[in-house]
Write a protein that binds this ligand. Structure first.
Ligand SMILES: N[C@@H](CCC(=O)N[C@@H](CS)C(=O)NCC(=O)O)C(=O)O
Length: 318
């Protein structure tokens, strides 16, 4: 995993902080697309292009919202290759419809020639101004949910007006212990940093297990953005994080409510088609040389996300 310094790709290893903890840097493209164009980036069909990889949980959130909002014909997508090598994310020949680039870092330096920082997916490219608008998944999902309604008939309420604050609070509460927690465990440089991350991760999963005994989804009984933010981590949990990142205190399948809830979200129309576990296995086990130097991909476990979840009546009145 390298980064760009003053517009030039440098291949440097990821460094934990002085206590061995994994520290995620803030992303640097933070503009917004708006329905009325007041932000300088007006929502439009065919104007924006998403760079993603199915393996990446942050990309997965954005692909889920694009799928549920049925924005397939409005926002085009380039999938990077699942394996991330010395030059970071790369594209199969011809895959990058906008730039014809070989590497994602070329797209970042096309946006900002003197860019310094990491080169991450997801990233939203604007064909009109020739730049990356935003590369922060939590902001991208809110934009896709709110700003493109003129271009789709799909109306899922991912941030219901009366519960928006609760949805945002739930997303924030799961971010550090769970979504980022698996990375903090997997990329920890000391035993202490690893244990801190894993302890917080499972404490939060235990809390969510209790919460989901009484309600179908994270914020009440309808699916919201909070579920689409948690789901990518749960979807990868047993196949990747449990083994590769040593999140091994319990498996997802050991949590009856969380496991059934994960199947329930998976079986929501639009979710399965945007969820590709094979790319995740290929990416994590093969790309992270520091974690898995021989790049051996484990066989199994086989996980059936299509098994009946039985959660239709959870939280329902009567
Ligand atoms: N804050 C970003 C994080 C994105 C991110 O870290 N993506 C990973 C893939 S899962 C990446 O591209 N990593 C490459 C790198 O850091 O060099 C978001 O949520 O969108």
């Amino acid at each position: 995993m390298g980064r760009v310094v003053d517009g030039v790709w440098t291949n440097e290893a990821l460094q934990p902080d002085e206590r061995g903890r994994f520290v995620r840097r803030a992303t640097s493209f933070r503009d917004r697309v708006s329905a009325d164009g007041s932000t300088g980036f007006a929502a439009a069909a065919g104007r924006y292009h998403l760079y993603v990889q199915n393996a990446c949980g942050w990309s997965h959130r954005v692909l889920l919202v694009r799928s549920l909002k049925r924005l397939h014909d409005v926002i085009s997508v380039t999938q990077a290759e699942p394996f991330m090598g010395d030059q970071g994310w790369s594209f199969a020949p011809g895959a990058d419809l906008v730039h014809g680039a070989r590497y994602l870092h070329e797209v970042y330096t096309a946006a900002r020639p003197s860019y310094t920082g990491r080169v991450t997916v997801p990233a939203l490219w604007d064909r009109e101004t020739g730049t990356i608008v935003n590369n922060e998944s939590s902001e991208l999902i809110a934009m896709l949910d709110r700003e493109f309604d003129a271009f789709t008939d799909a109306r899922p309420q991912l941030y219901p007006e009366d519960r928006r604050a609760e949805v945002e609070a739930m997303i924030a509460a799961n971010y550090q212990p769970v979504n980022n927690g698996v990375y903090r465990a997997g990329f920890a440089g000391t035993q202490e940093a690893y244990e801190e991350a894993v302890t917080e991760l499972f404490a939060r999963l235990d809390e969510l297990e209790r919460l989901l005994a009484g309600q179908r989804f994270l914020v009440g009984n309808t699916l919201t953005a909070a579920d689409l933010c948690l789901f990518p981590t749960l979807f990868r949990f047993d196949a990747v994080y449990n083994l590769h990142f040593k999140c091994s205190v319990r498996r997802l399948r050991d949590y009856p409510n969380l496991w059934a809830y994960t199947r329930d979200v998976y079986q929501t129309p639009g979710v399965a088609e945007a969820s590709v576990l094979e790319d995740a296995r290929e990416h994590y086990y093969r790309s992270h040389e520091s974690v898995n130097p021989r790049r051996i991909v484990p066989l199994g476990p086989t996980i059936d996300f299509t098994a009946p979840h039985g959660r239709e009546r959870v939280g329902a009145p009567g």
